[in-house]
Design a protein around this ligand. Sequence first.
Ligand code: 5GP
Ligand code: ZN
Length: 116
Amino acid sequence: MSEADCLFCKISSGDIPADIVLENEDVVAFRDINPQAPTHVLVIPRRHIPTINDMQDADDAIVGKLFLAARDVARQEGFSEPGYRVAMNCNGAAGQTVFHIHLHLLGGRDFGWPPG
Ligand code: 5GP
Ligand code: ZN
């Protein structure tokens, strides 16, 4: 999938609407269309990076900012203390379906381990 066809690039640019809960110069966080928990938010970099495998060493700052945004959304949503799940799928074996990296932030219920 090229950047021009990328769903999450279009959400970042505002071409496709989403329920945005946090955004800044580098990252956007919006509610998942098919939530797997009472709160299910996707945190993406504005810049198109297809998978974890495509991250460069110089992407360390942006990758860190994804986690800081997840922390802030968890606080905003009120489940920092009970806890929450953060996950990123990489490629088919893990079930990645949108090839623009995204952290799943899930909260508002208890989570089992190991995940399926
Ligand atoms: P993946 O399976 O790649 O780890 O996660 C992709 C996520 O994107 C899924 O949880 C799916 O529900 C979500 N998703 C797919 N299309 C859309 C959309 O158009 N809008 C929003 N908000 N979420 C989407
Ligand atoms: Zn993209």
